[in-house]
Write a protein that binds this ligand. Sequence first.
Ligand code: OAK
Length: 839
Amino acid sequence: RGKEKWPRGDEKTWKDAMRGVHSELPEVTKSIVNHVQTSLARAPYNLDDLGAYQAAALSVRDNLIVNWNSTQLHYTRKAPKRAYYLSLEFLMGRTLSNALLNLGLQPTYSTSLSNLGFALEDVLVQERDAALGNGGLGRLAACYLDSSATQELPLWGYGLRYKYGIFQQLINEHDGSQLEAPDPWLEHQNPWELPRLDVTYEIRFYGSADRWGDGSGRAVWSGGQEVLAVAYDVMIPGYGTKNTNNLRLWESKPKRGFDLQSFNAGDYERAVETSNSAAAITSVLYPNDHTVFGKELRLKQQYFWTAASLADMMRRFKNLEKPISEFAEYNAIQLNDTHPTMAIVELMRILVDEEEVPWDQAWTIVTNTFFFTNHTVLPEALEKWPVPLMTHLLPRHMQLIFDINMLFLQSVEKQFPGDRERLARMSLIEEGFPQSIRMANLAVIGSKKVNGVAELHSDLVKRNLFPDFVEFYGQSKFANVTNGITPRRWLDQCNPALSELITTTLNLPREVWLKDLFKLEGLLKHVDDAKFQQRWAAVKRQNKERLSNFVEKTLGITVDADAMFDVQVKRLHEYKRQTLNILGVIHRYTTLKSMTPAERKKVVKKAVFFAGKAAPGYYIAKLTIRLIVNVARVINEDPDTKDYLTLFFLPDYSVSLAELLIPASDISQHISTAGTEASGTSNMKFCLNGGLLVGTVDGANIEIAEEVGEDNVFFFGHLTPDVEPLRYQHTYHPIPVEEKSPALAAVLNTVSSGIFGADGIYEPLLNTVRQGDFYILTDDFDSYIKALEMVDEAYADRTEWIKKSIRTSAKMGKFSSDRAIQDYAQEYWNIESTKLVEE
Ligand code: OAK
């Protein structure tokens, strides 16, 4: 560090704090310095940004723990009905900035850190993302935790404490392909969790189940292997309240350090193996999104987590000393997709086998406790577990599933006598070799209500996924809760400049509009105010520069912040059609190439950004990444066009990267084949930050357009009812691409020609379009290109564009996750807010 002065910051502040000469110093400064000295055992002389982060985090954590403790005590004393959100994924991102915002301590920490020689923004980025999720489903769970605490609802999350989160994505410099590296996120200590080494449960696998044989349906399950579940609690602060909720994550451990019996018998290897296999359960998050592989370890994860969570709830319920028949009056359990469906069977097991509740009464309790959300209609995501695997791993649960199924089918038979095909369709067991268990059917029949995540999606759930169940139970069991996002993280934290502008324009404290997002409508009356328009545009410009600086630092390429920023960020999947986007980019590139320099000067400059991970085994998705990266290499080097079009694939998409990208977008793309994207939530985030939307008539895009007006959304493409007939046509009466869309055919040929990489490496990807074209790119391409032309035209009129941007943001009230969580609380769980008050 040469001549730089040490310690950083104000020497007297450091010295006084360390010597205990405290009187004049702010509490926060004392606390940070104290953590540097004691918890970190470090001196100020070599403290770097990471050390400052750790000390600040530990100091903030002290505040959280106090609130968390009081909240939990408050819940225990008041004993309200509680809700539990069971999710295999919680995509939390960073915590320090969120905790500072929610506690209202941002300015204080900023000042104290600055006196100690650190800039808050440099300190915040030292934190590693908690990335215990794949995509939309996991991030939604995180937003709902934020909203439940903010709304002072007694809700806990339950999940797994994976040792490795979602893999880190690297791009192979040589060929542009995706590489995966592990994400050992717990390597540095994690200040946001509280290990509860005393809260443990023994979870059984394998063994045998013996029925009592007395007609009661009861059985005894014994033997097999027992694994220990250990609780880690993550504190979830609410915004503008002291209420601090809990996210309990389970870690698996061998029950004893070693299997002593094998150890003593001289079989050291086997002894260590069982201990490995116990720890393996919570070792890694499965990196597949929307696809199931039927691996035994995944089923182990699901059971381990649901069994530990239910044992925990049961213990808490028993402390209330209420009759077991009242279980559902005190507990509501939300199933985040089918992953936690075994909880239904496990609660039956506890009630019937352990609590000796008669079968019918047990089933009534179960079906009043659970609620089920479906998050996709894609068939490859429908979980089905082989009967032989379930019989081996969870013999008692297999018996219970057969019993539940028999009684259920009897009631179907009663309502629809003699309809065998209906019985076969509705059965929990799918015939085949081997037979398998339909987890979605089990989730439906075991739950009080079933919901989709946007209006269109909820209709498709009823019409395409569960039509027989709608006929059987009636419409009222099936409903909709349109997804939402937390405006705290997705506006105030990621876009402080816009938040500030909104606060001054609305002339309301931000605490007010951040808790009642409909207040944003107040912006509408300023939409024609030229000064306001300028400020709005200046904020967007500033965010674009922030992104440009990041891109320059990470990729070494300069981005012109004058260009229109066009962003598509999400998991790579054929249904999301990143392929359509990259083929559109190539079309724009070849069009530019064919122009004269004078013509080019009239074209709207554009920078296109992609980011997103592909599942490690998803060949076509990985090939798409490779194409994007290699097209970027060609385009960004082309002297004819690089002033007008640049293309970037930003590696390792994450919550934190989203926080940088979203505020910088002018336009974002949500272009799934109609009827395939259940909702989408990043579409809401972009719009909230004043970005406009290019999209298909799909998922929540539709409801966004309803709010902001169709003239502020760039819709294109075929509608949901067209998709099936088109697929039929592709199969039985195919029309060659050349006829359907000459423009697309030309683009495909450009790729085949080898200018982005020879040897036909992209042919398998191109063939998904040329043959079969399941996601109807050939049918949508021309209207997609037209929509992008409309975007160019609209963007050229700067003032009109800014107005569209303001109007869009102003109408996002509906998409706050506060609205969504209140809907669940009132219409599903029947729980009430309970505010923590100081005593
Ligand atoms: C992941 C695995 C299995 C089933 C569904 C998913 C998933 O992430 N679905 C996504 O959920 C989001 C939250 O509801 C929706 O916004 C996305 O449209 C949906 O694809």
